[in-house]
Write a protein that binds this ligand. Structure first.
Ligand code: AMP
Length: 397
C-alpha cells in the first residue's frame, strides 16, 4: 500500500509518498510560494533532486504538479496515480469534535471549517489542501490526522482554565495542545525501545523545534501539555513568547498604543528567544553569539532551558513519577549543548546522563542516560509523516 501524506500551509505544501510495506518515503518534496510569483516545486525521488519553477496560482495546481512529478518517467516514483491508495492530511485542529484520526467526508470538512477560528492561520490552509486533493483525486480515500487529537485524553483539571466556566462551554476556550502526532510517535517509540508496555510508563516528551511543546504521557496517553489554547503557550520558542501573565497583553497595548491584535503579532513573531536575544530565532545562531560573549543570546538559552526544566519537574509531579524523558525535533535531536542544560541537575529525580553519549549522533534512538539511571533519557528523531501514513493506512486499509 502507498500513502501520500500532505501537509498544506497557506502558501506551501509538503508531501511524502510512503510505501507502507517498508514504511519508507519513496518520494518527498514541497511546493513554495503557492499563489505568489516564482512558485517552486522541489521533488526528491530515486536519489534525484528536481526543482521545477512553474506558476502555482492555487493549491489545486500545486497538487497536480506534485502528481505529475510522482509519475514522471525520469524522476518519478510510481507509474500511475492509481498506485496511490490513500492520502493522509495533516490538520491542525480537531477541537472537541474528533478524538483521533478520521476518514474525510463532506461532514468532516464542514467541521474542520467550523473550527477555523481556533486556528485561523493553519486550518484554512489544511482544508484547502484537502479540497484541492479531492478535486484532483476524487476517488482516492483520504484521512485527516489532527495535531491536537493525541491530547484529547487530558483530564478536565489539565485543560479547563481559571476563567468563568462558560468561556469554555460557550466559546471552547480550553487547553488543546499541539504537536500531538510527534508526542504520540516518540512516546510509542520510547516504549518499544525500552521493551515495555506503554501502559506502564510515565514519559515526558520534549518536542523542541522552531515551535516547542512538552507533554506528560502517562500510560500511553497525553495527560498534560505545555502548548495551550493556541501554539503560543508553554516554553518560550523561536519567536513565540510562551507562558505569560495575561495582563501583559493589555499593558503592552496601552504602552505601545497598538491594538491587542498587534500585540498578538509581537507575541507570535517578535518574541521568544529572538525577542530576548535580539540575535536570532535559530539556536545555532544563538549558541554562536553566546560563545562570543553576547549576554542576551546566553540569557535566551538559559531562559529556554530553565523553562523546559520546570516543565519536566511539573509533569513528574503531575504524573506522580517519571520513567523516561524523550528529546525530539530540530533542537531536541541536534542541540546536545541545549539538552545538557536541560537535563543537568536533575539527579534528584533519578536522571543520570552520560555526557559523552549525549554528544554522539546515532541513527535512530540514542539512549543518553547511564545504565544505572532510574529515569531513561532518549533522543528519538520524530516522524510525523509516518504517523499520518500509518493512521491513514489503518483507517482505509
Ligand atoms: P524544527 O521546527 O523541528 O524543524 O526545528 C528547527 C529548529 O531546530 C531551528 O530553528 C534551530 O533552532 C534548531 N536546530 C536545527 N539544527 C540544529 C543544530 N544542529 N543545532 C542547534 N539547533 C538546531
Amino acid at each position: 500500500m502507498k500513502v501520500l501524506v500532505i501537509n498544506a500551509g497557506s502558501s506551501s505544501l509538503k508531501y511524502q509518498l510512503i510505501d507502507m510495506e517498508t514504511e519508507k518515503a519513496i518520494a518527498k518534496g514541497g511546493c513554495e510560494r503557492i499563489g505568489l510569483d516564482k512558485s517552486l516545486l522541489t521533488h526528491k525521488a530515486n536519489g534525484k533532486v528536481i526543482e521545477i519553477q512553474k506558476d502555482m496560482p492555487d493549491h489545486t495546481t500545486a497538487i497536480k504538479l506534485v502528481l505529475d512529478a510522482l509519475i514522471n518517467e525520469e524522476y518519478g516514483a510510481i507509474k500511475s496515480m492509481d498506485e496511490i491508495d490513500a492520502v493522509g492530511h495533516r490538520v491542525v485542529h480537531s477541537a472537541e469534535d474528533f478524538k483521533s484520526s478520521v476518514v474525510i467526508t463532506d461532514e468532516v470538512i464542514k467541521t474542520c471549517i467550523a473550527n477555523t477560528e481556533l486556528a485561523p492561520l493553519h486550518q484554512p490552509a489544511n482544508v484547502t489542501g484537502i479540497t484541492a486533493c479531492k478535486e484532483v483525486m476524487p476517488n482516492t480515500p483520504m484521512v485527516a490526522v489532527f495535531d491536537t487529537a493525541f491530547h484529547s485524553t487530558m483530564p478536565e483539571k489539565a485543560y479547563v482554565y481559571g476563567i468563568p466556566y462558560d468561556m469554555y462551554t460557550k466559546y471552547k476556550i480550553r487547553r488543546y495542545g499541539f504537536h500531538g502526532t510527534s508526542h504520540r510517535y516518540v512516546s510509542d517509540e520510547a516504549a518499544k525501545y525500552l521493551g515495555k508496555d506503554k501502559k506502564d510508563l510515565k514519559i515526558v516528551t520534549l518536542h523542541l523545534g522552531n515551535g516547542s511543546s512538552i507533554t506528560a504521557v502517562d500510560g500511553g496517553k497525553s495527560v498534560d501539555t505545555s502548548m495551550s489554547f493556541t501554539p503560543l503557550g508553554g516554553v518560550p520558542m523561536g519567536t513565540r513568547a510562551g507562558d505569560l501573565d495575561p495582563a501583559i497583553s493589555e499593558f503592552m497595548a496601552k504602552k505601545l498604543g497598538v491594538s491587542l491584535e498587534e500585540v498578538g503579532t509581537i507575541l507570535n513573531k517578535q518574541s521568544g528567544v529572538k525577542g530576548i536575544s535580539g540575535v536570532s530565532s535559530d539556536f545555532r545562531g544563538l549558541s554562536a553569539a553566546s560563545k562570543q560573549g553576547n549576554h542576551r543570546a546566553e540569557l535566551a538559552l538559559q531562559i529556554f532551558a530553565y523553562s523546559c526544566k520546570k516543565y519536566i519537574g511539573a509533569y513528574a509531579c503531575a504524573m506522580g513519577g517519571l520513567d523516561c524523558i524523550v528529546f525530539t525535533a530540530g533542537i531536541g535531536e541536534n542541540d546536545a549543548a541545549m539538552r545538557e542544560r536541560i537535563f543537568s541537575d536533575l539527579e534528584f529525580l533519578g536522571v543520570e546522563v552520560d555526557r559523552e553519549q549525549n554528544k554522539v549522533r546515532v541513527d535512530g534512538v540514542n539512549e543518553i542516560s547511564t545504565k544505572d539511571s532510574k529515569v531513561k533519557v532518549l533522543v528519538i528523531p520524530t516522524n510525523e509523516e509516518l504517523v499520518i501514513a500509518r493512521d491513514t493506512a489503518e483507517l482505509v486499509g
